[in-house]
Unconditional design. Structure first.
Length: 277
């Protein structure tokens, strides 16, 4: 049997074992394996074949822009490697075709005068981020925020599946948000969050360890059906997420931050997804 046939056979076995899509909570049957984090996050899109989830073609397709957005923004580092810069250029070219509105949003400061750009650089320095005097600046606006919120939602549901071995049910709820390195620069990751999520995970295959690119902390309260995670993606992006199988014990959600498994397009249409937590 050739390599392609073996791969297809492995996918079919995986789908048969996990027939429900991890993202939409089994609204649709899975048709493929989804990598989370996506291959685009890694240098040259090369990653161990671990952390895979059953997904329907619709959820796979409709979250592809969110994956690209996270892969690019996680590389926004003023001291990136040449490989990271090459990948950034390649992924940006892909976004330019797939979602040109994102490129337009990021480039809003490109035509600003030097004084305005320097104010943006100084803002980052005030947060403890070392910024070269000639560094470029980019805008994270509502379109980008929506895609990153969708990506955070996806990470939480994916890691829930990885550690519970079943998708979050339709009656369950998920709350997820993202932070950049600038958000944590002043005082670091909150200590109480690290204490809450003591267990460690990353991608390892033999001697191949991708902890520099992706690592996470997590915890499960099986009795109450709770799961939590904190993931770091490269040096620029963090995701915090929580899931609960039975939301009956949740306090009133006045801000509307908890959602059941929904289609990606439905999530992007929600006003909550246009703002950053």
């Amino acid at each position: 049997m050739g390599q392609a046939k073996r791969k297809q056979s492995a996918i079919q076995v995986f789908i048969a074992k996990y027939p429900d899509c991890f993202f939409c909570g089994g609204r649709r049957r899975s048709t493929t394996r989804e990598h989370m984090p996506p291959k685009s996050l890694f240098d040259s899109s090369h990653r161990p074949d671990k952390l895979v989830m059953p997904a329907c073609s619709e959820c796979n397709r409709e979250t592809s822009t969110a994956d690209l957005t996270a892969a690019i923004i996680s590389r926004w580092d003023y001291f990136s490697s040449e490989q990271s810069n090459r990948d950034h250029r390649r992924l940006t070219a892909q976004v330019r075709v797939q979602a040109p509105e994102l490129i337009e949003e990021w480039a809003k400061l490109a035509d600003a005068d030097e004084e305005e750009k320097e104010r943006a650089r100084q803002h980052l320095r005030n947060y403890g981020v070392p910024v070269p005097s000639d560094a470029g600046v980019a805008t994270i606006g509502p379109i980008t925020i929506s895609q990153l919120n969708l990506f955070a939602h996806k990470v939480a549901l994916a890691l829930h599946f990885e550690h519970r071995k079943h998708p979050l049910p339709a009656a369950g709820r998920v709350c997820a948000y993202w932070k950049t390195k600038e958000d944590f620069a002043p005082s670091g990751i909150p200590a109480e969050l690290l204490r809450l999520l003591p267990d460690y995970g990353t991608l390892i295959q033999g001697r191949w360890n991708e902890s520099e690119t992706f690592e996470y902390r997590h915890a499960i309260n099986a009795q109450e059906g709770l799961f939590g995670c904190l993931a770091r993606l490269r040096r620029g992006l963090f995701v915090v997420g929580f899931t609960v199988i039975d939301p009956g014990g949740l306090p009133p959600d006045d801000d509307g931050d908890w959602f059941g498994p929904l289609d990606p397009s439905d999530l992007l249409a929600l006003p909550r997804f246009r703002r950053k937590l």
